[in-house]
Design a protein. Structure first.
Length: 234
């Protein structure tokens, strides 16, 4: 009987195979990632840790299909993304990936409701009623049901990050990528955001991959991958 890997379902939601990333900086080149190989399972709550410049954002950008590796390959839900067109990658980002950023990246002229609704408007096949229920559901989950009409500048940092989390989850992505999601929040608020992410990971089974400097944030992860100078050291 064939017991090879081909016969088994792929457990990894993200697979990174021997990835290198080099940036050209004028005539010089900067090696941001060196020979990274990593399997991330569905439902993981995983932290990327490491000092500034160690390659955390670069790795998140590659997994998020925002940037491409110089060599090596990345598989998302078993599909190699290197052969995909820009349109196919945009579709993958919209359907499979949710993003949470350090600086929240909300659209300032839109209300909390409209910010969460925004990515759903690109789903042409989604009915208005379904869309509105989604927005209401995720704003309730992050505890912002009373702030739906507020614009980002009328919200606190923690509330803004809650809007960003609701926006990331509203499209029902399999994976949420969060680049230093607590870096611009005070410690208590940051802890609340992490607890919220962890609860959503457990309740909805969403895979979370986040970068952090904060040791207490790392403690909440199922697994911590440490990077230094573009390499996995632990
Ligand atoms: N667009 C770019 N052009 C040139 N070099 C870059 C670019 N982006 C990142 N780098 C370099 O790649 C390396 C890794 O950067 P990266 O932003 O991934 O680190 P990081 O661990 O996320 O740091 P931080 O915690 O400060 O955000 C650094 O040396 C950085 O200067």
């Amino acid at each position: 009987m064939d017991k090879g890997n081909d016969a088994e379902p792929a457990a990894a939601i993200v697979e990174i195979r021997a990835v290198n990333k080099e940036y050209a900086l004028g005539k010089q080149s900067v090696i941001a990632l060196r020979n990274i190989s990593l399997m991330i399972d569905k439902g993981e709550f995983m932290a990327l840790a490491g000092p500034s410049g160690s390659g955390k954002s670069t790795l998140l950008n590659l997994i998020g299909c925002i940037d491409t590796p110089t060599s090596g390959s990345i598989l998302i839900q078993g599909q190699d993304i290197s052969g995909k067109t820009a349109d196919e990658l945009a579709d993958l980002r919209l359907k499979t990936l949710g993003f949470v950023f350090q600086t929240f990246n909300l659209l300032p002229v839109l209300s909390a409701w409209e910010n969460v609704e925004y990515p759903l408007l690109q789903r042409r096949d989604m009915e208005k009623k379904t869309r509105q229920e989604r927005v209401r559901h995720y704003l309730n989950i992050v505890g912002l049901e009373r702030y739906t009409h507020h614009r980002p500048n009328e919200l606190s940092g923690g509330q803004r990050q809650r809007v960003a989390i609701a926006r990331a989850l509203a499209t029902h992505p399999g994976i949420v990528l969060a680049d230093e999601p607590t870096a611009n929040l005070d410690h208590k608020t940051g802890e609340g955001i992490l607890k919220l992410m962890k609860a959503l990971n457990q309740e909805e089974g969403t895979t979370f991959i986040f970068s952090t400097h904060d040791a207490q944030v790392m403690e909440m992860a199922d697994r911590v991958i440490k990077l230094a100078d573009g390499q996995i050291i632990e």
